[in-house]
Design a protein around this ligand. Structure first.
Ligand code: HEC
Length: 216
């Protein structure tokens, strides 16, 4: 009986220690982070009138985030720019600064990712703001990026017969693409593609924070 109590106490204190170390101390350190301005006033408060960052995602971009999750984009893409000197993220142009805890405060699901089969996407909305490019790239990655090994997502688009006039949002698919529509047909994004592209364009770390300036 005595042994069981000791074993229980040892297991309990091991779990309690890890919980305090991992959960409680991170929560005390980072749990209260709020959006803020790039500079602070003398009292350490955000400057009134300056933009607060980070900003929450719009409704449609939030839907796009769910699509990003269920399409498995996270298996090949990270959303974290490493500090200068830790890898080549700066040299690759993935961000103007490293990402910090405050950048993620609005995210219930933080999609840091672990694998970089493709480039980091933390700042893709600032790095490549072209909607047309993103649509075409998702429809057929090889049409924008020759030799790309990213899988195509043609099912996020609809191939349909052209009506009286082509739709204004029809993709300009090059004839050389394996997914080029037959003559008389056009490729238009579905709502899922619209939401996903809105999400990609909202991924931006193009602001400075008091604790992290550009080029750091
Ligand atoms: C099997 C791995 C893989 C998966 C899954 C994948 N990608 Fe990619 N992605 C890549 C590779 C490799 C590249 C670089 C070549 C290119 O531009 O296509 C890339 C490039 C990109 C780029 C351009 C990045 C830049 O810096 O130019 C974006 C945006 C992107 N992917 C978004 C997505 C989205 C959204 C999904 C999910 C719907 C996704 N990827 C799924 C491998 C992947």
């Amino acid at each position: 009986m005595k042994n069981i109590t000791t074993i229980f106490l040892v297991i309990f204190s091991t779990l309690a220690f890890s919980w305090v170390g991992l959960v409680l101390s991170s929560h005390l350190n980072l749990g209260g982070l709020e959006p803020t301005t790039a500079e602070l006033d003398e009292e350490g408060n955000p400057i009134e009138g300056d933009t607060l960052n980070p900003q929450p995602l719009s409704g449609i971009a939030r839907t796009g985030k769910d699509i990003y999750v269920d399409q498995g984009c996270i298996y090949c893409h990270t959303q974290q720019v490493r500090a200068k000197g830790f890898g080549a993220d700066f040299e690759r142009g993935w961000g103007d600064r490293q990402t910090v805890a405050r950048d993620y405060i609005y995210q219930e699901k933080v999609l840091l990712g672990t694998m970089r089969t493709g480039p980091d996407l933390a700042n893709i909305g600032a790095r490549n703001p072209s909607k047309e490019w993103h649509y075409l790239h998702l429809y057929d990655p090889q049409a924008t990026s020759q030799g790309s090994i990213m899988p195509p997502y043609p099912y996020l688009f609809e191939v349909r017969e052209i009506g009286d006039t082509p739709s204004p949002n029809a993709l300009q698919v090059p004839a050389s693409s394996a997914f080029a529509p037959p003559a008389g047909y056009e490729v238009v994004p579905t709502e899922r593609a619209d939401a996903l592209v809105e999400y990609l364009l909202a991924l931006k770390i193009d602001y400075e924070l008091p604790e992290m300036k550009n080029s750091q």
